[in-house]
Design a binder for this molecule. Structure first.
Ligand code: ADP
Ligand code: CDP
Length: 203
């Protein structure tokens, strides 16, 4: 069984996926972490983030570890995870995610993982796992999302909201909900409320 949880930036995908996966006793995978890892390695190498031929050679030792408590990304024996959620990576990741060659690389990493699993991102239900039997799409207003993210970032709420809205715009192509996804506005719900909504739907 595969459950897909897609949605806009900071809509709660990782936290909700982790909770759903732990309740089901299966791993979850965060596709965004792979796009973030490509971005971090590209920035650290001084590469042009719009040039796939500069990025692909950096990825041979990159590996996603889909732990139920929180995914980790490794580059050989170096754990990149703690550096993937910076404002610097946020600013470059949509450029990297627009590259078909990088999307193919990410998709191949994800499709190589054994089911059952929960997969979260933008295009899990449309592109990567189109035959998944259970699909969800999380939304919330830009202000609600910015208020949540402000607890994890040094910037103020209006700056975060502007950056989220701009990233949503850049990610529009790959972010359409699957036609068979259940759309959940997480704005009026608690985190546990979103997890329970999904678990009830799965039962
Ligand atoms: P995403 O993976 O979509 O970027 P995260 O899982 O990082 O989103 O969630 C952003 C933050 O919002 C987390 O700290 C999460 O705990 C918090 N949060 C607060 N309320 C909710 C809610 N109702 N639904 C989902 N996440 C919520
Ligand atoms: O939740 P948030 O948008 O902050 O981060 P994320 O899910 O880690 O995604 C980071 C970026 O990766 C997004 O802004 C997209 O550019 C890209 N992404 C994508 O294109 N497709 C996916 N399936 C997942 C992420």
């Amino acid at each position: 069984m595969i459950v897909t949880i897609d949605g806009v930036a900071a809509s709660g995908k990782s936290s909700v996926s982790s909770g759903v996966a732990q309740a089901l006793g299966v791993p979850y995978v965060s596709s965004g972490l792979l796009y973030r890892a490509v971005t971090l390695l590209g920035l650290n190498a001084g590469a042009d983030l719009a040039d796939p031929s500069a990025l692909l050679p950096l990825l041979s030792a990159v590996r996603l570890e889909p732990l139920a408590s929180g995914n980790r990304v490794w580059n050989a024996d170096h754990d990149l995870t703690a550096d993937l959620h910076s404002t610097r990576v946020d600013g470059g990741v949509s450029t990297v995610a627009a590259l078909p060659e990088i999307r193919e690389w990410v998709d191949a990493q994800l499709r190589a993982l054994p089911a059952p699993l929960v997969a979260e991102g933008r295009d899990m239900g449309t592109n990567v796992f189109p035959h998944a039997p259970h699909k969800f799409y999380l939304t919330a207003s830009p202000r609600v999302r910015a208020e949540r993210r402000a607890r994890e970032r040094p910037e103020d709420i209006p700056a975060i909201e502007a950056a989220l809205t701009e990233r949503d715009r850049q990610d529009t192509t790959q972010s359409a909900p699957a036609p068979d996804a259940r759309i959940i506005d997480t704005g009026p719900l608690t985190l546990q409320g979103v997890i329970d909504t999904i678990l009830n739907d799965l039962r």
